[in-house]
Design a protein around this ligand. Structure first.
Ligand code: 13P
Ligand code: ZN
Length: 279
């Protein structure tokens, strides 16, 4: 019989986990990934899972204070809490789960995966609230939320003021292609306790404006339409952060780099809108 792992979106999910692991973005259980399945994908999964008893309905957030009514009844593939990205390709059924949301988006139940027990990532609230915002803004196109702990970007949060404008300009200035890849800029969430509603609310507010959000002294959240784009954004941001840290550690006073006029010219040449507040 065909297995869940053979469904194309599951194979792509697994592939992103392996690439992220190879990049060194995921020490131990660091980072998490979620995918909002399409109606056809949920139908295909439901067919393969016919006869399997779903898990019990459980609060989206252990505190019971999170609901995503905009995603009621939807299905998601998500990494498990405490699971290692390295092990997703080795044993996806133990490391990830397909979860279904209830009629008001406040409870989920596991339909597949987490063999041996566990629950979805401790950042499930952030993933779902981000997906809810992006689903509304993109008309159902944006379906991937990817959280990682890339070292240079985290290092930057100790030297660049924790403001959207400072981070955006610092990253854009490292590589000419950056403002083409994230023309809307990047959002920054001040240091907060991870997991749960509070950090999810702060992040999802920024997701109204940005595809990528920095968590100070912690990592990055990327939202994208495809797994390739989610990884592409994460890699671009981390490479830009590496260049920034390399320049800083050279000990030389950096030269000016790209000017506001330069960003305007890039916006025109690549037909992307560069927000005036960053110029
Ligand atoms: P999980 O193992 O619960 O996904 O937590 C990892 C993490 O990166 C928390 O921010
Ligand atoms: Zn994290």
């Amino acid at each position: 019989m065909k297995k869940i792992e053979s469904l194309p979106f599951v194979a792509e999910f697994v592939r992103l986990c392996s690439i992220g692991d190879a990049q060194g973005f995921h020490e131990r259980n660091g980072g998490n990934l979620s995918y909002h399945m399409t109606a056809d994908e949920a139908k295909a999964a439901r067919k393969l899972l016919a006869g399997r008893k779903p898990g019990p309905w459980t609060d989206v957030d252990p505190k019971g204070d999170v609901a995503v009514p905009g995603l009621a009844g939807e299905w998601f593939l998500v990494t498990g809490s405490g699971k290692f990205f390295r092990n997703v390709a080795y044993d996806a059924e133990a490391s990830a789960a397909i979860c279904e949301l209830d009629g008001d988006g406040s409870h989920y139940r596991v339909r597949w995966g987490l063999r041996g027990g566990g629950r979805p990532t401790s950042e499930f609230s952030s993933h779902l609230m981000n997906l809810e915002v992006k689903d509304r803004l993109s008309g159902g196109k944006v379906r991937v939320i990817y959280h990682a702990h890339p070292a240079n970007l985290i290092a930057m949060t100790y030297v660049v003021p924790l403001k959207d404008r400072d981070f955006t300009r610092a990253l854009w200035n490292t590589m000419t292609e950056c403002p083409v890849i994230f023309p809307e800029g990047i959002g920054v969430v001040k240091w907060m306790v991870p997991g749960g509603r509070e950090i999810a609310v702060s992040t999802s507010k920024l997701m109204e404006k940005y595809a990528n959000v920095v968590w100070a002294h912690h990592g990055v959240f990327c939202a994208a339409d495809t797994f390739d784009n989610a990884m592409g954004q994460m890699e671009t941001i981390e490479k830009a952060a590496r260049i920034f840290m390399l320049v800083l550690s050279s000990g030389r006073k950096p030269l000016a780099g790209i000017t506001s006029a330069g960003y305007r010219a890039i916006g025109k040449a690549f037909r992307v809108e560069i927000p005036a507040r960053f110029l």
